[in-house]
Design a protein around this ligand. Structure first.
Ligand code: KIV
Ligand code: ZN
Length: 502
């Protein structure tokens, strides 16, 4: 019998810290729910002291998610620990995760603390957190560039003060796998009390080694992997959850290590993160990229047709990529629609299902064949309650290469209609300007992208607008339509609506 390791997901904390990946409350709850269905062991739901919005999202996740431990990050500072506890206290199972840097460069230049002061702070703050909560994780930030004997003392101090999990992060993504494994073995041999706690790894991907390092850590005796969906995270990201898990599952013969994850939820989780953040994964991304299971060359296709195992080391179904058995169309009824969504891993409440079905009917009038990607796009575009302050009612665009583009946009807010016109050097910008006039806000477009969700002449376009209002936080708006202007206008309005929710 092999070991079973814990999966600690930090998509909502380290992942959300990466530029352009911020999420609102409803989105965070949706992600937490998908993590629940993946059966992750621990969800790091945020950094409670960072903002009241973060604290509220952690508390909402603590109230709504079952079966996983809910965790908040806190610096080794009492007010951080108080905020973390307040946010997670109602969770079925709660964890405070506190951290302090231990490398010479961090201690001297960032913390301006001596090594002795660091040890004192660890002892004091871990014990302080322990008064609230039995489950305490301590992370030695920048552990991989820390002096190994000092790191050993820090680990012992945290354990003596009551830490139940010790995390050895590669904060700057600097390690090579054999080096990291050696570090873990050294700690396991030298740190007193380490046999009684859970040892964790948390790898960043600056040199592209985060997954390899996590697996090396596990082989050297680590009991917990910290990771994110799609590998999102600070700078080059964190270890990708789907890659770590599928490596362990596919190569169980080699690693002999298992985890509780329901791998069939991986694809849905990946799509959800892409939809919410507007950050798409590369087609070549292992496990979830568009080409991960595509066999293009003749030789490969021939081999796969003869026997899938020639070129497939895992099946698309094992990560929840559904077989394209059924395509829907305008004669498909609600049952077929619901069934297909279920097969794709979506279980929507009645309100969302009604809205999705309405959108499906509209789309089915425009497109002959509705494929899985269309359905995913459609479900991703269903607004959550309270998100539709403004909705697009109609638009008229006049554009060409010899004229100034003009846009007339009419939107609905409650029962009222508002219409404005604007001109610009392009049709999309003219439309956005008209919307700015309606909402009367200084909307800044930080990023805009447009791509096709499906193939063929009647493909659906997905527009992503990253906007901020009056210099506030950047939010991601998304719109889907067979018409690129409509998709763009919807994305812009969706972004504006989200700023009102924060
Ligand atoms: O990368 C890091 O060191 C972290 C810690 C807070 C665990 O994210
Ligand atoms: Zn990190």
């Amino acid at each position: 019998m092999g070991r079973t390791i814990r999966i600690f997901d930090t998509t909502l904390r380290d992942g959300e810290q990466s530029p352009g990946c911020s999420m609102n409350l409803n989105e965070k709850i949706e992600v937490a729910k998908v993590l629940e269905s993946l059966h992750v062991d621990i969800i790091e739901a945020g950094f409670a002291i960072a903002s009241p919005g973060d604290a509220a999202a952690i508390a909402a996740i603590a109230d709504n998610v079952r079966g996983a431990t809910i965790c908040s990050l806190a610096r080794c500072v009492e007010k951080d620990i108080d905020a973390a506890w307040n946010a997670i206290r109602r969770a079925e199972s709660a964890r405070i995760h506190t951290f302090l840097a231990t490398s010479p460069v961090h201690m001297e230049y960032k913390l301006k603390m001596t090594p002795d002061q660091v040890l004192e702070s660890v002892a004091h703050n871990v014990a302080y957190a322990k008064k609230y909560c039995a489950d305490i994780e301590f992370s030695a930030e920048d552990a991989t560039r820390s002096d190994l004997d000092f790191l050993c003392r820090v680990v012992e101090t945290a354990i003596q003060a009551g830490a139940t999990t010790i995390n050895i992060p590669d904060t700057v993504g600097y390690m090579a796998p054999d080096e990291y494994a050696a570090r873990i073995r050294y700690l396991r041999e030298h740190a007193k009390g380490i046999e009684n706690i859970v040892l964790s790894c948390h790898m960043h991907n600056d040199l592209g080694m985060a997954v390899a390092n996590s697996l090396a850590g596990v082989q050297a005796g680590v009991d917990q992997i910290e990771c994110t969906i799609n590998g999102i995270g600070e700078r080059a990201g964190n270890a990708s959850m789907e890659e770590c898990i599928m490596a362990l599952k596919t190569r169980y013969d080699h690693f002999g290590i298992d985890c509780k994850i329901d791998t069939t939820q991986i694809y849905r989780a990946s799509r959800m993160i892409q939809t919410i953040t507007g950050v798409s994964v590369a087609p070549t991304k292992p496990i979830v990229g568009a080409n991960a299971f595509a066999h293009e060359s003749g030789i490969h296709q021939h081999g796969v047709l003869a026997n899938k195992q020639t070129y497939e080391i895992m099946t698309p179904e094992s990560v929840g990529i559904p077989k394209n058995a059924i395509v829907l169309g305008k004669h498909s009824g609600r049952h077929a629609f619901e069934d297909r969504l279920r097969e794709l891993g979506y279980s929507l409440d009645k309100e969302k299902l009604d809205k999705a079905f309405e959108k499906f009917k509209v789309l089915a009038d425009k497109k002959k064949v509705i494929k899985d990607r269309d359905l995913e796009a459609l479900v991703g575009a269903v607004p959550v309650s309270g998100e539709e302050r403004y909705t697009l009612d109609r638009f008229v665009i006049n554009s060409g290469n010899t004229i100034t583009s003009t846009a007339v946009i009419r939107v609905k807010k409650g029962d009222e209609l508002f219409e404005r016109a604007a001109a610009s050097d392009g049709p999309i910008n003219a439309a956005f300007r008209a919307i700015n006039k309606i909402v009367g806000k200084d909307v800044e477009l930080a990023d805009y992208s447009l791509h096709s969700m499906t193939d063929g002449e009647d493909a659906q376009a997905e527009a992503i607008c990253k906007i901020s209002i009056n210099g506030g936080e950047v939010v991601t708006g998304r719109g889907v339509s067979t018409d690129i202007v409509e998709a763009s206008v919807k994305a812009y309005i969706n972004g504006i609506n989200k700023t009102f929710l924060d």
